[in-house]
Design a binder for this molecule. Structure first.
Ligand code: SF4
Ligand code: FES
Length: 246
């Protein structure tokens, strides 16, 4: 395939940035999207030009770093996958592909397609954990009976990889799907109930401090989430928050 790429280039956080056009010839349909980006960068380096900066690590849908807005959709046109799992067979010869970073006030651009998602780390640090006494008398977690449905729902919530696509998809740049998943993962289990009240209050407070918007039930986050995290996690977080507030 011969493709035209229109890519957001931005030298640094203070740079205005803009779209730059590149031609990439001879792209195999079997390549992953990020391999296609590698081909582009090898060509740029060979010409003595600055390669396009983009985030990636695992390249198998686990780490959540490959934050690319592709043709206006977080992680591109295919459903329930990350950008690194997207293959070039999803495009056709002659296509023009627009590639941009996540757009949200709380995710400032560091360079080109890389954004700063440390706001998510700070939300996690505010309560996304359980405190366990490891002094030697710790109860074996397997000795605590947990209903199968609760375990399944908690596991579903725990599959959130913190990629930020939910924020990028939302017209309000809301992080409530992410925070809802992180709160639910613990709220559904007896181990998480002990600190449940402080957890939800602290995580929501930090979410607001970081400048994320509110949820207005549009549902774009659920549609674009690569792990199909359900909106029911936002509803559960709201119930937890209400209970903790009164
Ligand atoms: S809820 Fe989905 S889209 Fe949002 S951070 Fe988690 S995995 Fe990514
Ligand atoms: S590079 Fe890890 S999820 Fe895409």
């Amino acid at each position: 395939m011969n493709l035209t790429l229109k890519i957001w280039r931005q030298k640094g956080p203070q740079d205005k940035g803009g779209m730059v056009e590149y031609k990439v010839p001879d792209i195999s349909e079997h390549m992953s999207f990020l391999e296609m980006m590698d081909v582009l960068n090898e060509g740029l380096i060979a010409k003595g030009e600055e390669p396009v900066a983009f985030d990636h690590d695992c390249r198998e849908g686990i780490c959540g770093t490959c934050s690319l807005q592709i043709n206006g959709e977080p992680h591109g046109p295919d459903k329930a996958i990350t950008a690194c799992q997207l293959h070039m067979r999803s495009f056709k010869d002659g296509d023009t592909i627009y590639i941009e970073p996540w757009r949200a006030k709380a995710f400032p651009v560091i360079k080109d397609l890389i954004v700063d998602r440390s706001a998510f780390d700070r939300i996690q640090q505010a309560g996304g954990y359980i405190s366990v006494n490891t002094s030697g008398n710790t109860q074996d977690a397997n000795a605590i009976p947990i209903p199968k449905l609760d375990a399944d729902l908690s596991m579903d919530a725990a599959t959130c990889i913190g990629c930020g696509a939910c924020v990028a998809a939302c017209k309000n740049s809301s992080a409530m799907l992410f925070v809802g998943a992180k709160v639910s993962q613990f709220a559904l289990l007896p181990q998480g109930r002990i600190e449940a009240k402080d957890r939800v209050l602290n995580m929501v407070r930090q979410m607001d401090l970081e400048g994320f918007g509110n949820c207005t039930n549009t549902g774009a986050c659920e549609v674009e989430c690569p792990k199909s995290i359900s909106l029911t996690n936002i509803a559960r977080m709201n119930r937890e928050y209400l209970k903790a507030s009164i």
